[in-house]
Design a protein around this ligand. Structure first.
Ligand code: PLP
Length: 356
């Protein structure tokens, strides 16, 4: 039989992934619901009910009362669907829609722009966060969506969401927040804005990242039903009459495991993990700075460090699963499986390969 990749024993060496070992309850729930299809709620009623519960629980994480949404295959689908909502709602207003994103936006927005044939405009950053004044200059009467990222993929930074949302609102565009990775950490930080404070319309929050659900469990949330209705297509051969999801048949495993993980961990379990991960990230950043490496200060628990290319490659040869930012820094994402002990071993390897 093919070995799973990465082997569970080696998970501690996986430093750049934004996925992690599922919580045991999430793993068990995923197995129980493996053969169910929430894409056909008329037939698979229990998993359909669980999906409503998943959205409700995700709404609590995102401080969104009466949330709408669904469990996607991941952040890519959720981001694409958010752009699709914005584009479809602006039909009749513009034939040439554009979406304004920070330069730090995940590459899923490039896929969305390509598939949906909208123009993608990238706003520059200041200190790894979007420059809202520069973003405003890119917004015009054809802008259908303005995006903020809450937990960037490369540096874990959080854009000034209230200002981004105000900008979108003033332009009669939708505001989408991509909190695919950061969503389960934000409630325990200074960035715990909520939908009421900032007029955010849609949000990506992925249970299969910091939420500790099994893959595939992304999350798309919307402020109200009319936003989701912009995605509806008729479904003649199913018992339900319309579908808003991008995929048809979907895994019930992701839905059930998302509910199980949130039931087990919201809010105290996630709060404790955020506290642990933040302390580990601060400690690692300090250790790396002390050794003379340039470190991008962590906001959420992600440490980016400028290592010589040869050192980076030597560490990968030691078995450390590391990736690099576009600018070449190594990324250490302090996920629940990344322990201080493992990072001490990482530093020992770093010290050794750096002097070879
Ligand atoms: N958005 C952000 C901020 C991400 O970091 C990622 C992936 O790491 C995505 C979206 C895409 O998520 P997925 O890989 O689950 O499609």
């Amino acid at each position: 039989m093919q070995r799973a990749d990465p082997d569970p024993q080696d998970f501690a060496r996986v430093l750049s992934s934004m996925c992690t070992r599922p919580h045991p309850a999430a793993r068990a729930a995923a197995e129980r619901f493996l053969a169910t299809n929430p894409g056909d709620p008329g037939t698979y009623e229990s998993v359909a009910a669980l999906e409503r519960e998943a959205v409700e629980r995700l709404g609590r994480v995102a401080s969104l009362p009466d949330p709408e949404g669904y469990v996607t295959s991941g952040g890519t689908e959720a981001n694409l669907q958010a752009v699709r909502i914005a584009r479809n709602r602006a039909r009749g207003r513009t034939d040439d829609p554009n979406v304004v994103v920070p330069e730090s936006a995940h590459f899923s927005f490039s896929k969305a722009a390509d598939v949906l044939e909208v123009e993608l405009r990238r706003a520059p950053l200041v200190d790894y966060r979007v420059d809202v004044d520069a973003m405003a200059e890119l917004v015009d009467c054809d802008t259908v969506c303005v995006v903020g990222v809450a937990g960037t993929t490369e540096y874990g930074r959080v854009d000034p969401i209230p200002a981004v949302a105000a900008l979108a609102h003033d332009a009669d565009a939708l505001c989408h927040v991509d909190a695919a990775w950061g969503g389960f950490a934000l409630p325990f930080t200074d960035h715990a804005w909520d939908f009421a404070d900032a007029p955010v319309d849609t949000m990506t929050v992925d249970p299969h990242k910091l939420g500790r659900a099994a893959v595939p469990a992304g999350g798309l949330l919307a402020r109200d039903r009319s936003l989701l209705d912009a995605l509806a297509v008729d479904t003649p051969y199913l018992e339900s009459t319309a579908q808003v999801t991008l995929t048809g048949t979907r895994s019930g495993a992701g839905v059930a495991s998302a509910v199980a993980a949130m039931e087990a961990l919201w809010p105290d379990g996630y709060a404790r993990e955020h506290e642990r991960a933040s302390a580990v990230a601060e400690w690692l950043a300090g250790e790396l700075s002390y050794r003379g490496y340039d470190v991008v200060d962590p906001t959420l628990p992600l440490v980016a460090v400028d290592l010589p290319q040869a050192t980076f490659e030597a560490l990968r040869e030691c078995g450390w699963r590391l990736s690099q930012t576009g600018a070449g820094e190594a990324r250490v994402v302090v996920m629940p499986h990344v322990s201080r002990e493992a990072l001490s071993a990482f530093l020992t390897d770093l010290d050794r390969v750096a002097t070879e």
